[in-house]
Design a protein around this ligand. Sequence first.
Ligand code: OGA
Ligand code: MN
Length: 284
Amino acid sequence: MLTITPLHPCLAAEVTGLDLVGGPNDQDFEAIRAAFDAYSVLVYRDQDITDVEQIRFTERFGPLEGTKVGTPGAGSPLAMISNLGPDREIVPPDHRQIINGRANGVWHADSSFKPVPAWASMLSGRIIARTGGNTEFASMRAAYKDLPEHLKTAVEGRIAIHHYAYGRDKLDLNLITDVERELLPPVRQALVLNRGSLGKSLYIGAHTARIEGMAEDQGSALIEELKAFATQRRYVYSHVWRPHDLVMWDNLAVVHRAMVYDDTREKRHMVRTTLAGWPTIPVS
Ligand code: OGA
Ligand code: MN
């Protein structure tokens, strides 16, 4: 029997009794779909799945996004978040996969730098670190609800510019390639997402470069103030991985980050499938 157990007061629930490989029946799928809207993060334990099974389950929710250039899995529906090379050994310490793995340590929403950002991501823990390497999620919906009035006023109706190079350049100017720079130009996203009956949420993260119509320093100050408010511990669920966990999150309702682990000595290999979202700025 399918059961859904909340893991935190603001977000996240664990789903048990799911036959992911056989494919949930329509009734169970509807229950999962509703739980996903309600909790923003769903955890399914003990799902020893193949890439094909992961893709098939993800596709139940909608069309998948293709993996961007410069990420292992580019051009396919799979993204490998991994410190392993093709020989399954840990790559050298200065390898892009190590640095990009660390870049995931900054709060972000997946693909917010694309004109059509990601809706949901599903991450399968194929090999996990013995210690560290949690993934943390902060509820941008709960945070929006609690925003002080002056911040609610400041964000209302605003557009933010998201740019892949912005966050990466802050960490290491040599990290991104010319191809990534060329193919991933800045995009406009709503700063507040209105999901109707699901409520409103803040849409910010590592790729948020500036606020349209605000001076650079004023915009940065606002972004920093919002991030600091929205990622307070009371809004955060920290996921401790077990092998074969599958964790699914709504990028339009949470930000997430990877916590440190001994990435030059311990193997960690995660496989992500990503559901395509929709434009965040209403067409007027
Ligand atoms: C991702 C991501 C975090 C992690 O897959 O999009 O940010 O803990 N992963 O690996
Ligand atoms: Mn991510």
